[in-house]
Design a binder for this molecule. Structure first.
Ligand code: SF4
Length: 427
């Protein structure tokens, strides 16, 4: 037996014994149902186990079978996923469940190419489903597994390269002990999650430390080799929390995102992406309350809804990093009305002269519009202003817009950044 063969055999046996003795009781380990394993593996992508557990349990209560998931309205599925991020995972999972119902009578088949062909199922997930649910000797290689094997065998190939994944998959298959594919693959994942962690591998408690080449050569800290991904592209955005009035008093205005693209079909605050030459308006050194931003928001809302809004004050600055974009967002509180609406702006927005003059008269009743200097209370607002604002508030909105209260947050799915902002607001 060569040294490599000896190290491989040792690795497989010790790892399997260690896993069987002290594996964690995770809810998806209570069953070999391929649908349940599929859901857990999709949720676990880019997400920590502790975060996933409550989501997994809720999801399984609501959609216990592929058929239940296939039949559910997409909005309900997204709501159940809300906060987990990477929402295309949820949409793909549902599309895959629909495929399972249509093509395989609702049961995930014991067939590698059929499973690999399901929407959103890549080589890692199909390997995990095939090995854990059906005990097929398929590799399930993700970043964790590549890290463990790179260290144990002291591999110096760049794990960011697809060719490296392919060669590590071959190695992983060769390590699977007979009849124990499911447990072995989970053991590898468990070792990567609990012991051979990215920043501080716990070599002294590691079940395979004796033959770990990376440790023996003192290189566990520098492996695996991975070229850095490009940093996310910064985007500056400005949003409004528009407060309703009249029948919509106590509500805020939200809109639904388009059917495709980032965060498709989720709900959000109306906002705009600042053009590159305006991005400096959000600089730390600039005052937070700027007429120019107020006007941009006003124009956006008027263009999309015909509503006239009046940004009243800065609410907060926040940000969110997606895998490839970094949103920096400034949020203003706004209400309905037309203070500050000059004849030129009215013309630019295409607002009927009669309506505009009504708003401008109402605006004058409160004093000239000066963004940032108006208090939160509308003391002294004229009857004309009040009735004009209510008329505006009760106008029919385009179908992607809605007025919502806090209770609607339980139903509509929002991306994390807007969840945080709105929770702050309602509190
Ligand atoms: S000995 Fe250390 S580097 Fe090697 S597999 Fe175990 S934890 Fe990872």
């Amino acid at each position: 037996m060569t040294k490599m063969e000896e190290a491989s055999q040792y690795f497989s046996q010790e790892l399997l014994t260690w896993y069987r003795r002290q594996r964690r009781d995770l809810p998806w380990r209570l069953s070999r149902d391929p649908y349940r394993i599929w859901v857990s593996e999709i949720m676990l992508q880019q997400t920590r186990v502790d975060t996933v557990i409550p989501y997994y349990n809720r999801f399984m209560d609501k959609f216990p079978t592929a058929a239940a998931l296939a039949e559910a309205p997409e909005e309900e599925v997204l709501k159940c996923w809300e906060g987990l991020g990477y929402y295309s995972r949820a949409r793909n999972l549902q599309a895959g469940a629909r495929e399972v119902v249509l093509k395989y009578g609702g049961m995930v088949p014991d067939d590698k190419s059929a499973v690999a062909g399901l929407k959103g199922v890549g080589p890692y997930t199909s390997g995990a489903i095939m090995s854990i649910a059906f005990n097929r000797p398929e590799p399930a290689v993700d970043g964790n597994v590549m890290r463990v094997l790179s260290r144990y065998f002291c591999l110096e190939d760049d794990i960011a390269k697809p060719a490296t994944r392919v060669s590590i998959e071959k190695l992983a298959v060769s390590l699977i002990p007979d009849g124990a594919a499911g447990d072995f693959n989970q053991a590898l994942m468990e070792l990567g999650a609990l012991v051979c962690t990215p920043k501080s591998p716990g070599c002294l408690t590691c079940p395979v430390m004796e033959h770990c080449k990376g440790r023996l050569e003192g290189r566990e800290g520098e492996l695996p080799i991975k070229t850095k991904a490009k940093p996310p592209r910064p985007e500056q955005r400005v949003a409004a929390i528009v407060l309703g009035s009249g029948a919509n008093a106590g509500k805020v205005l939200v809109r639904r995102r388009p059917d495709t693209g980032l965060l498709a079909q989720m709900w959000e605050l109306p906002h705009l992406l600042l053009a590159k030459d305006k991005a400096g308006l959000l600089d730390e050194s600039m005052p937070k309350e700027q007429q120019e931003l107020a006007e941009l928001l006003g124009k956006l809302l008027h263009d999309e809804t015909s509503l006239l809004i009046r940004p009243r004050r800065w609410f907060l600055d926040t940000d969110h990093v997606f895998s490839h974009i970094h949103w920096k967002m400034r949020v203003y509180l706004a209400d309905l009305g037309g203070e500050g609406l000059t004849a030129e702006k009215a013309e630019a927005y295409g607002i009927a002269a009669e309506a505009a003059s009504g708003y401008m008269d109402a605006g004058r009743a409160e004093g000239d519009f000066a963004f940032g200097s108006i208090s939160g209370e509308r003391a002294g607002a004229s009857d004309l202003y009040a009735s004009a604002a209510i008329a505006v508030a009760e106008r029919e909105l385009p179908k992607e817009y809605a007025w919502i209260g806090p209770e609607d947050m339980d139903v509509l799915p929002f991306p994390n950044i807007f969840l945080r902002i709105l929770r702050d607001f309602w509190e």
